[in-house]
Design a protein around this ligand. Structure first.
Ligand code: HPA
Ligand code: ZN
Length: 346
């Protein structure tokens, strides 16, 4: 089944073996003995435990070639998972803070993304994610540097530590990016409660919410997300690994589907969370006995929620509806054109 991956941090695709190869190539010393030692630390108590390792491993990414290699490794694996469209996140700000110029970071990533259709059969777009634990001024400065490279951007997003770091200070930058013609998204409702999702909608006016699982705690919010068809890019294996849910059986994905929400399944940081997109789909299929129709709905939602041009969306949706599950799909494929999701007052 073809699929769009909409919630994927490129730095989160850094497999331990590649991390050590790049460390050697760049003469960087990682604080782990070897790939197995690094892997043995992937037992996180919370989001911050993961982020500490994730930021530490970024040290090995130094040249444009490193960023291109990382991106190509993800695209090759994603293609095998059935991904034909990838809207990927990049933590530019974290690399700037390490003294790596924007041209190096974006040069390497964009070189791989530009060739992704021809090389991997995956169309792609780049979303620069800003770090909510840092001041909004710092994000503005990183955005200026991204624009100065001339590299084409699809959108901006917000990620990193959530609880205690409000979205409101980022509102002017989100406004500015929209005026520049970019799409906007934000992580919310991963470790933070439903109020964080409301804040991302009210202050940042985002088109998609990344994660958003804790929205399920607020029936008014669920109704709002459903009525305005605001997509939620859910990452089941990530939620289990980061203890956002006690275990996969307790994951709200089936409840979200039942509530009529526009949910998609994604891999987030697959090298760190035990699986790529196909692994996430297989896990939820097995855990929840999802029907072919539900799986087709997830695939259709991924294209519907993507930032692809309407004609391309329609072509991919038609491909799903003419596939083996045609005629057994839920209502999400049809009748969703002209979504009101970014024009609604909150
Ligand atoms: N949550 C928040 N920020 C992140 C994540 C995540 O899962 N991965 C990379 N940055
Ligand atoms: Zn994420």
């Amino acid at each position: 089944m073809p699929y769009a991956e909409l919630h994927l941090h490129l730095e989160g695709t850094l497999e331990p073996e590649l991390a050590f190869q790049l460390a050697e190539r760049n003469r960087v010393t990682l604080p782990w003995r070897d790939a197995d030692d690094l892997r043995s630390r992937y037992d996180y108590g919370c989001l911050q435990d993961f982020l500490d390792i994730y930021y530490a491993n970024m040290e090995v990414l130094r040249t444009a070639e490193d960023f291109a290699d990382l991106t190509n490794a993800y695209l090759a694996r994603a293609a095998r998972a059935g991904v034909v469209r990838a809207e990927v996140f990049l933590d530019l700000q974290a690399h700037l803070a390490r003294g790596i110029p924007a041209e190096t970071v974006l040069g390497g990533v964009s070189e791989a993304l530009r060739a992704s259709e021809a090389t991997h059969g995956v169309s792609s777009g780049l979303i620069i994610t800003f770090l909510r634990h840092l001041p909004a001024d710092d994000a503005e400065h990183a955005y200026d540097q991204a624009l100065a490279t001339g590299v084409e951007l699809l959108g901006i997003g917000l990620c990193s530590s959530e609880v205690g770091f409000p979205a409101a200070p980022f509102a002017p930058l989100w406004e500015r990016a929209r005026a520049d013609g970019l799409h906007t998204v934000a992580h919310a409702g991963e470790e933070g409660d439903a109020s964080y999702v409301w804040d991302a909608l009210r202050h940042l006016k985002v088109e998609r919410i990344d994660h958003g699982i804790r929205a399920m705690e607020d029936p008014t919010l669920v109704a709002h997300l459903r009525d305005h068809r605001i997509p939620l890019t859910v990452c089941p294996l990530s939620n289990v690994r980061l203890k956002a849910v006690p275990d996969l059986a307790a994951h709200p994905l089936p409840a979200m589907l039942d509530a009529g929400l526009m949910v998609t399944v994604n891999s987030d940081d697959p090298a760190y969370f035990g699986g790529y997109l196909d692994d996430n789909i297989a896990a939820v299929r097995r855990q929840f006995d999802l029907t072919d129709a539900q799986l087709a709905t997830l695939a259709a939602n991924s294209f519907e929620a993507s930032f692809l041009p309407p004609a391309e969306k329609a072509r991919l949706l038609a491909e799903i509806s003419s596939g083996p599950t045609a005629g057994r799909l839920g209502g999400d494929i049809n009748g969703s054109a002209g979504s009101s999701r970014d024009s609604s007052p909150v």
